[in-house]
Ligand binder design. Sequence first.
Ligand code: S3P
Length: 432
Amino acid sequence: MATKEIQAAGSTGLRGQITVPGDKSVSHRSVMFSGLCDTPVKITNFLRAQDCLSTVKCMQALGVKVEDRGDHLVVCGNGLHGLKEAEGIIDAGNSGTTLRLMLGILAGQKFLTTFTGDASLSRRPMGRVINPLSSMGARIVGRKNNSLLPITVVPQQDLLHGITYDMPMASAQVKSAVLLAGLYADRPTEVIEPYPSRDHTERMLRAFGADLDKSVNHIKIRPAKKLNAPECINVPGDVSSAAYFIVAASIIKGSDVLIKNVGINETRTGIIDVLRNMGADIEISNEHDVSGEPVADLHVRYAKLHGTEIKADIIPRLIDEIPVIAAAAVAAEGVTVISGAQELRVKESDRIKAICHEFGRLTDALTEKEDGLIIKGGSGFRIAKCDSCNDHRIAMSLAVAGAAGSGVFIDNADCVEISYPEFYSTLEMLEK
Ligand code: S3P
């Protein structure tokens, strides 16, 4: 699929009930951490999308058995110290989470690993994990002064050293890499974040028996001899995938959509808080716990939105949702200002530039800032041909803008395979 046409929604808006696929962050971690145990783990609702399949292939290359049994995966590892040297170079594809978390796991291993990745991942900064891991004693080398792929982790003969790491940015990937390396260290490792980022690593490592203390943005982990997996992990629906339909239903007149089984971990629900602040009608019901993560159903109905201000403190709780929040802000009355979001420049694309440039074909509402966007809403979207910049979240956000406006043609649209292969068919189903 080179170019995808998205039709404008009809006068009845989006209507129906959907489920979204399994959470990407939780899916990655479920396979990685289960692969560090020595008992079989059943994983249900695992996200079968390219990013998580990169993690599966990576763990398989390191000697972990991962079997796809149709409605679930079974992961069978060889223990915390049981990973084996891969026979070739490992390809992390487009997945920053695969590469950064795996660097943390591999930093303390006695064998060599070399990683490569696609064009986008090869541009993304890896010094942010290599630097703290190096101060723990790891030897990791890469292009451009150890900051870019390809990257090699050199065999480690001694234990890593526990450190206290004051992170310069809020990043769950960096935090997770340091904590995972901390399992293989000689003393406790501490991580301090400027603002709390998603906490799936902490929750799952604790559930696996790791000795971990946590206050809001300060985590301490002690070295482990062994991790003990539960028999089964059930992955909640991904709130980042639900976000496209939460926004679409909020801004398309007549819409009424029920999204079942969505993870509502509060480190991820900034999108719901911001949209409610803008006047959205989002009802949360059926709250319950699934494998240590809070889950609920979200009922979203069209509402008149108004502009808002989004600042640094909430950014980590909605970092992946900013492209689709931009679509909501264009539809809303008044001005929305997004600040403190400079991390967007080092995602799968430079998302600030991609939003301004590609949404810029649909509307004149956007102005680029170094650390965010100013959006003068209320004028709607015209029809145009846009490019996804090979970034799944840009493609899906453009589709929402097209459905809310006058339609859109999206070039390089198949990058949705990275996180949400069924995205277009689900949108089309709700538009009928
Ligand atoms: C993720 C963390 C975030 C997020 C990414 C997934 C994770 O990245 O943008 O999609 O699973 O840990 P950063 O850690 O770079 O903020």
